[in-house]
Every structure is written in structure tokens, then in C-alpha cells.
Ligand binder design. Structure first.
Ligand code: DOR
Ligand code: ZN
Length: 435
């Protein structure tokens, strides 16, 4: 079955394209991209003015919680949230129960993903057995089972020696090590960014230096091993400084930032709802100078990726004292509206740069298909409605958990449709599009 997407603005930075093009989809592949393509028996889908056709978005930092914490999320509910949020693929973190530190767990996740048949799922394996930081996991086994990277996310890799070994092994298998950068001794039992607001509220602090130390350690070991070190959910300006130095020195260091870290600051600890556990995440929301540094890094190219750190938690788990609540918020269904509103409509970046951050670069970092609309490539396509008014309604989210600080927000820009392997898996009812 062939379909011709006709007349849309196509943004494909991998090919330097930003203009009106048609896309011919044949089965699960892109057959042709060009101007005024003939229908040739294909079903013609008119792309209304104002919509933008992009290579499918890839969220490289998602917690799907399965196996073991299905009350928070499952592969099925998480991938449903992904396609509703415009993501054709997600990479899922190994801090499940059991931890994804062996082929059986990876295979289980991939089987659940195939059963759901929604977004593509790329499992990320653990660096260490049980992510406990003692013994290295069998990285060859994880790679063979389908893992695309390794991490002990939720925590930093316990010792510098273990991180060195992880980089050496991951390098042999051409995988990045994704690091949750944090110095545990400095973090202590901190729960919020160390600054004015935490002090006023009596909350124990987590300094920016706590993260930056973890980044500096990884950069030094990336230099030593020559392997690819990726900084997860970067939040502190000192971390960005270290990443810039590493890039200037030509090291294989990449980084990601979340929508909440480029949108919110630690003022949200105090108002509008003091001690709102939906603004508790790790790393924490930081002060304005840090948030602004993240915006600079997104604009100047020193940050490679926007990733959500989608971290679903059940209402009952979050509905406790701030100190006792788990870290994390859901992000899959708000990332694109926040990115369009805060980055593109604010004038900070243009759409091709956004597509680099959400598609080209995550595909390149994880060495997975996608990131461009090449002829012969998989037909993974995200169609944006940049002018669409979006009202965030947590209760209507596909995710099994609703822990978001953005409930009730009105944003400019949303997702029109999500196509994975040629199959349309989401169409926004607010957009008239019969794709
Ligand atoms: O906020 C967070 N939530 N940060 C992490 O590092 C882990 C994550 C989770 O798994 O809930
Ligand atoms: Zn993390």
C-alpha cells in the first residue's frame, strides 16, 4: 500500500532540506522524497498548510518501568504516550525490577514492545549487575540481545574504575555509556537544588557542582579510553562548561537536556504550590542562571539532544511529604509542545535545529535507524502542528502516571501525527489530517 504525503513543509536537516516536498511511503519504507511527485496509484494525503513533516522523533531517555513496576507504567502505556507525544522511538532505562542487566530482561522488554506495536523500543542495558556498581554486566550479551547503550541511570556508576571499564567495553561494541552524573558524597540526602528556595523551605540541597563533578570524571575517562561518553539530563551550568571543553578538545562527549530543565527553575519549589512533589526530580530544577545556560547550549550546538527523562510514578507514591517522594516526572506527552513554545516560538532556535535535537542527534548517538527522511529509510515520521494551541491535561495522558508540573498549561505548538514504519499510530483530533 503506497501513500503520498503531498505538499507539506519538510524539515530534514540531515539532507539540508527545509521546504515543500512530497514523501512517498511504500509499506514500511520511504520510497521517494521530492517536489511534485506523481501519485502513480498511491493514496494521496494532502498535508495542510502550516504542518511540518519531520524525521521521527527519538526520546533517548525514558523509564518504561516494565518489568516490575507496572503500576507506574508498562511498555504498552509508555509507548502509547510516546506516539501521542510525537515520538516514533524511545530508549528505555534499565532501572526496572529486575534490572535490565542480562539478555533475558532485554528480550522480555523487546517482546512487550513487539506486542504493543507502537513506538520502537531500544533497551539500554545496565553497566553493572543489578546496577549495584560492583561487577560489570555482560556487555557483549546485552549488545547481542539488542541493547543500544549502557547506563546505571538513577545513580552514577559507582567507581571511576568501573566507569573506565564500562567505557572500554562499550567502546569495543560501539555503544555509548550514558551517565547519570552525580557525586554521591556531595548529593548526600539532598532533595532539591541547593540555593535560596531550598534554604527558605528547609529542604536539603543538591549543588550544581555535584553533577559537574560527575561530568568532569566522565570527560577525563572519555579522554583516557577514547570511548563515547554521554551526559544524561544535564542541568547545571558548570556541567555545560565541562561538556564544551570536552567538545573543544575533540573528545567523544555528547549531552542531553530535558524540557523541564530548560523551562522551569527552582522557584517552582515555592510557588504556585509549595512543596509540590511534581517538581521533585533528579537532577533538580536549578536556578535561572543554570536554566539559561541550558538554553544557550541548545542554541549554540553544545547540547546535542532533548530527552525527557520520562519518569512515571504513581499518584500515591508522589502524594507524600516532599522529602519522601520519589524523584521524577512524566515527559513524553509534553516535550514537543514545550520545545516548540519555549525554544522555537521564543525565537531561540529554528525548526531544523529542533529536529536535530529530537531526531538526528539521538539517532546518531544511539546508532539506530532514523534521523533522516532518506529514500529507502524506515518510514518513521513526526508531523508537527507548530501553531496549534495545546492545553495540557494530565488526566487525559496516555501514560499510566500523571506526575507532571505542567498540568493546565497552555502552550503553542503540538504534534499532528506520528507514523512508525509506515503505520499511522497517532493523529491529533485537533488537526484535520487524514494520514
Ligand atoms: O528524576 C529521576 N527519576 N531521575 C532519575 O535519575 C531516575 C528517575 C526515575 O527512575 O524515577
Ligand atoms: Zn538519571
Amino acid at each position: 500500500m503506497k501513500r503520498l504525503l503531498k505538499g507539506g513543509r519538510l524539515v530534514d536537516p540531515a539532507h539540508g532540506v527545509d521546504g515543500v516536498r512530497d514523501v512517498l511511503i511504500d509499506g514500511d519504507r520511504i520510497a521517494r522524497v521530492g517536489r511534485d511527485l506523481p501519485a502513480d496509484g498511491a493514496a494521496v494525503v494532502e498535508i495542510p498548510d502550516g504542518l511540518v513533516v519531520c524525521p521521527g522523533f527519538i526520546d533517548m531517555h525514558v523509564h518504561l518501568r516494565e518489568p516490575g513496576q507496572e503500576h507506574k507504567e508498562t511498555v504498552a502505556t509508555g509507548t502509547a504516550a510516546a506516539v501521542a507525544g510525537g515520538f516514533t522511538a524511545v530508549a528505555c532505562m534499565p532501572n526496572t525490577n529486575p534490572v535490565n542487566d542480562e539478555a533475558n530482561v532485554t528480550a522480555y522488554i523487546l517482546a512487550k514492545a513487539a506486542e504493543a506495536g507502537l513506538a520502537r523500543v531500544y533497551p539500554v542495558g545496565a553497566v553493572s549487575r543489578g546496577s549495584e556498581g560492583e561487577l560489570l554486566a555482560d556487555i557483549a550479551e546485552l549488545k547481542q540481545a539488542g541493547c543500544v547503550a549502557i547506563t546505571d541511570d538513577g545513580h552514577p556508576v559507582k567507581t571511576a574504575l568501573l566507569l573506565r571499564r564500562a567505557l572500554e567495553y562499550a567502546g569495543m561494541f560501539d555503544m555509548p555509556v550514558i551517565e547519570h552524573c552525580e557525586d554521591p558524597s556531595l548529593k548526600g540526602d539532598g532533595v532539591a537544588h541547593e540555593g535560596y528556595h531550598a534554604a527558605m523551605l528547609g529542604l536539603r540541597g543538591i549543588s550544581g557542582a555535584c553533577e559537574a563533578l560527575g561530568v568532569e570524571r566522565g570527560v577525563l575517562l572519555a579522554e583516557m579510553t577514547g570511548s563515547h561518553f554521554h551526559v544524561a539530563h544535564m542541568s547545571a551550568r558548570a556541567s555545560l562548561r565541562a561538556v564544551r571543553h570536552a567538545k573543544d578538545a575533540g573528545l567523544r562527549v555528547t549531552s542531553e537536556v530535558t524540557p523541564h530543565h530548560f523551562t522551569l527553575t527552582d522557584e517552582w519549589l515555592a510557588s504556585p504550590v509549595p512543596y509540590d512533589t511534581n517538581v521533585k526530580m533528579n537532577p533538580p530544577l536549578r536556578e535561572a542562571a543554570d536554566r539559561d545556560a541550558m538554553l544557550d547550549g541548545l542554541a549554540d550546538g553544545s547540547i546535542d539532544v532533548i530527552a525527557t527523562d520520562h519518569a512515571p510514578h504513581h499518584y500515591d507514591e508522589k502524594n507524600v511529604e516532599f522529602d519522601r517522594a520519589p524523584f521524577g516526572i512524566v515527559g513524553l506527552e509534553t516535550a514537543v509542545p514545550l520545545s516548540l513554545d519555549r525554544l522555537v516560538h521564543s525565537g531561540l532556535i529554528r525548526l531544523p535545529r529542533l529536529v536535530e535535537l529530537l531526531s538526528v542527534n539521538p539517532a546518531r548517538i544511539l546508532r539506530v535507524p532514523g534521523g533522516s527522511l532518506s529514500e529507502g529509510a524506515v518510514a518513521d515520521i513526526t508531523i508537527l502542528a507548530p501553531e496549534l494551541g495545546v492545553h495540557v491535561d494530565a488526566s487525559a495522558m496516555r501514560s499510566r502516571s500523571k506526575n507532571t508540573p505542567f498540568d493546565g498549561w497552555d502552550l503553542r505548538g503540538g504534534v499532528a501525527a506520528t507514523i512508525v514504519g509506515g503505520r499511522t499510530l497517532f493523529v491529533n483530533p485537533a488537526v484535520s489530517l487524514a494520514v
